[in-house]
Write a protein that binds this ligand. Structure first.
Ligand code: UT7
Length: 329
């Protein structure tokens, strides 16, 4: 038997019902549908509403749907990784809460925090357990409830983010399909430009941290924009080079959905035709760790066995990278 690859054998997404439109945001902050659409490409985003609803409730929808469509017995799942920066609580991990609510009894799990790159990093982490032969069924979730940490009086952040995400099942493959290569990077000096400082050991929760707004997302958009274009472009190009890929070999570019102008710049720099780029930012905005599985879910019907995909992400940290995978079904 040849090399064992870790293949995605199913994907299921979830977004909450409530649609927050640009028109509604116009009533909340000094902004306009025209500004949001032309500067970001976003028309609407989903918001999780309801007493007691949290990240794990979205994760439950994703995982239940995934188990159902792949006809997988919950008892056979061995590991669950949940990429998120908006878990139910600081601890325990949301992955464990999801397992409890779904009835996954034989798995261990944990959360992975790498902001918008979280799903990509978690996917490769989960894949290592499959490739090594240690595990046979791993679920990787990417989700965020960004509405829980956004200040809806700050027009520079509240128009961008939304809630949602998705889950994938990873299983062994011996036909050369699955994750092939990843290029990941990090630069902690980027923490200055994109962060949520309150509630950690540096700024423990206090009246002062609330008054200073440290429990909400802070972003200095322009430097993040530049670093995002550079980081994603460089790692996509490295994936092309390292794997001797030609442009025509790649069926889909799956970019993090942070800003339509960033997506356009990355695909232009990589000289990648727009019809091969997965885009759903207009419907969901930036769901942080949720964007990539949501794209895969939205485009699932268009994907064919053997398709070459390059996934790329950039997020807080800074963290960024690209993954090359062959679609398995
Ligand atoms: O997912 C994690 C990584 N995050 C990203 O990749 C996001 C990267 N950054 C961005 O996407 C963009 O920088 C933003 C969408 C956040 C902002 O777009 P921008 O084109 O970089 O705008 P800007 O920050 O340079 O601001 C331009 C102007 C400013 O007004 P002045 O100073 O020129 O008068 C802002 O105050 O636009 C103003 N502005 C707004 N106006 C209307 C900022 N936000 C808004 C708004 N509505 N919502």
């Amino acid at each position: 038997m040849g090399k064992t690859y870790a293949a995605i054998t199913g994907v299921h997404g979830y977004v909450p019902e409530y649609v927050l439109t640009n028109k509604e945001l116009e009533k909340m902050v000094d902004t306009s549908d025209e500004w949001i659409t032309s500067r970001t490409g976003i028309k609407e985003r989903r918001i999780l509403k309801g007493e007691g609803k949290a990240a794990s409730d979205m994760g439950v929808e994703m995982v239940r749907g995934l188990l159902e469509k792949t006809k997988t017995d919950p008892d056979s799942i061995e590991m669950v990784i949940c990429a998120t920066v908006t878990g139910d609580m600081k601890f325990p991990d949301t992955a464990n809460i999801i397992c409890d609510k779904v009835g996954i009894k034989n798995a261990f799990g944990y959360d992975l925090s790498a902001a918008c790159s979280g799903f990509l990093f978690a996917l490769t982490t989960g894949a290592q357990f499959i490739e090594s032969g240690r595990l046979k069924k791993v679920i990787v979730i990417g989700l965020d409830v960004m509405s829980s940490i956004i200040d809806y009086t700050d027009r520079t952040t509240c128009v961008i983010f939304g809630d949602g995400g998705g889950a994938v099942l990873l299983e062994p493959n011996h036909e050369g399909l699955g994750l092939i290569d990843s290029v990941f990077r990090g630069d902690g000096s980027g923490r200055e430009y994109l962060n949520m400082r309150g509630g950690g050991s540096l700024y423990p929760t206090s009246i002062e941290t609330f008054e200073k707004g440290l429990h909400n997302v802070y972003q200095d958009g322009r430097p993040v924009f530049k670093a995002a274009v550079k980081g994603m472009t460089e790692t996509v190009n490295e994936i092309f080079k390292r794997n001797n890929l030609r442009k025509e070999d790649v069926n889909w570019l799956v970019p993090h959905q942070a800003n339509m102008r960033i997506i356009n710049s990355v695909s232009d720099f990589a000289d990648f035709p727009k019809e091969k780029v997965m885009i759903n930012i207009e419907k969901y905005g930036n769901t942080t760790a949720g964007t990539l599985p949501l794209c895969l879910w939205d485009y699932e019907e268009k994907l064919k066995k053997g398709d070459n995909l390059i996934l790329t992400a950039f997020g807080g940290g800074f963290t960024w990278g690209s993954t090359f995978l062959k679609w398995a079904y």
